[in-house]
Design a protein around this ligand. Structure first.
Ligand SMILES: C[S@@+](CC[C@H](N)C(=O)[O-])C[C@H]1O[C@@H](n2cnc3c(N)ncnc32)[C@H](O)[C@@H]1O
Length: 380
């Protein structure tokens, strides 16, 4: 397969980060890129697809588009899937998993549709080779995705494998860590530059800090992991060796600071930073955010206070926000302070005027990234 021919791909991303992903994919060499809800449709060569998997900080997955078909029932779906040359795409020894998602599909059961797709793929293999691939849900080699709309379906093969937010450096889940690609996207949305300090005073397991450090150091987020495209017949090992040995253009020396009131969280931060190989760029200390003073006259403060069913009592948070607002006004003049939360009461209770609010989704949870530019004197 020619490595420079253009193929069609779809990259998924946390909702709210589509425009950022579009810019990122274009900067990584995509030839065209169009953002839609939930992701970006783009065209690129295989070389650019490998590079996007290795270097995209925002994408969740990159799917290779195999084709589209019209349908109105399960039999149409079966026929369209069976019509594709699956044995030409991957070998029968590979373990497969099928994922069907739908929007306004007339089909009654997605489970049944998934079964039909799996049967169609297996039947096509059996016709060609007399045997069929096994199904493996937890750790498949090859993931087949089908997206069903009202009368149209699209077939994809996943080129990422494990989702791209799995950087291969997180040792343990910790308490409500953010997904790495959402955290990276948030750091990008703040406009932080590695030449200015970045402080996360509620650093939890250190996701913002690890992502910011990796960005500044030009570390590819996928350097420590494998990808789905390596399991496909189109895989070009020499091309991948070239792409994966490319050096980052510039390495900067960032000033990163993290603190948390919980010593266990700090241990977790240290493990995350060590896993990512960036611990030397980040100064960690134990502190209550309401005591934490900034490490310089200006910079970016970014935090993700506890919120949700498992964490943070609503009354406690309602008492905390005005104190946080006072603390920022008193000590953070000159800083751009960003708070990422699902708690829509925050802007009212913190008693500061946000200069920007960006809607984002953490999974199914609607959140906001609030920016407060703190100036000396009253901010209200
Ligand atoms: C939602 S978690 C942050 C998760 C983090 N963004 C990550 O991805 O791992 C909130 C953190 O705030 C910390 N925290 C709660 N109250 C605090 C306070 N008063 N001062 C400093 N940290 C606090 C908790 O220990 C917890 O680690």
């Amino acid at each position: 397969m020619s490595s420079s021919r253009s193929e069609a791909f779809f990259a998924t991303a946390p909702r709210g980060l589509e425009a950022l992903l579009q810019q990122e994919l274009l900067s990584l060499g995509a030839r065209t890129a169009e953002s839609v809800a939930g992701g970006v449709a783009f065209t690129a060569s295989w070389e650019e697809c490998y590079r996007a998997n290795l270097r995209s900080r925002v994408a969740s997955r990159i799917l290779w588009k195999l084709g589209e078909f019209g349908y109105s029932n399960e039999n149409d779906l079966y026929g369209a899937v069976r019509g594709l040359d699956w044995p030409g795409r991957f070998s029968v020894e590979k373990k497969i998993r099928v994922n069907v998602t739908a929007q306004k599909s007339p089909l009654k059961s997605l489970e049944f549709a998934t079964l039909k797709v799996k049967d169609a793929v297996c039947d096509r293999f059996r016709d060609a080779l007399g045997k069929r691939p096994d199904v493996e849900r937890a750790a498949p080699d090859v993931r087949i995705h089908v997206f069903l709309e009202e009368a149209k379906g699209t077939l994809y093969l996943d080129t990422s494998g494990e989702p791209l937010f799995k950087r291969g450096w997180r040792s343990e889940p910790g308490e409500a860590p953010l997904r790495e690609n959402l955290a990276a996207g948030i750091v990008m949305l703040t406009g932080w530059q590695p030449s200015e300090p970045l402080l996360d005073p509620m650093c939890g397991s250190g996701t913002f800090l690890a992502e910011a450090a990796a960005m500044a150091r030009g570390r590819p987020p996928g350097a420590k992991r494998a990808f789905g495209f390596q399991k496909l017949k189109s895989f070009d090992a020499a091309l991948w060796a070239k792409v994966s040995s490319e050096k980052a253009p510039d390495e900067q020396t960032p000033s990163l600071y993290g603190s948390d009131s919980d010593p266990e969280a700090l241990k977790s931060t240290r493990r995350t930073l060590a896993g990512a190989g960036v611990e030397r760029w980040v100064k960690i200390e134990q502190a209550d955010v309401l005591q934490r003073v900034p490490p310089g006259p200006a910079g970016v403060m970014l935090m993700n206070p506890p919120y949700g069913e498992r964490m943070g009592n609503a009354d406690e948070l309602a008492r905390f926000y005005p104190l946080l607002g006072n603390h920022l006004k008193k000590h953070y003049a000159g800083w751009r302070c960003f708070i990422f939360t699902a708690d829509m009461r925050l802007p009212k209770l913190i008693r500061l005027q946000p200069s920007r609010r960006t809607p984002l989704w953490n999974g199914a949870l609607e959140c906001r990234l609030y920016e407060f530019r703190i100036v000396s004197g009253s901010n209200r």
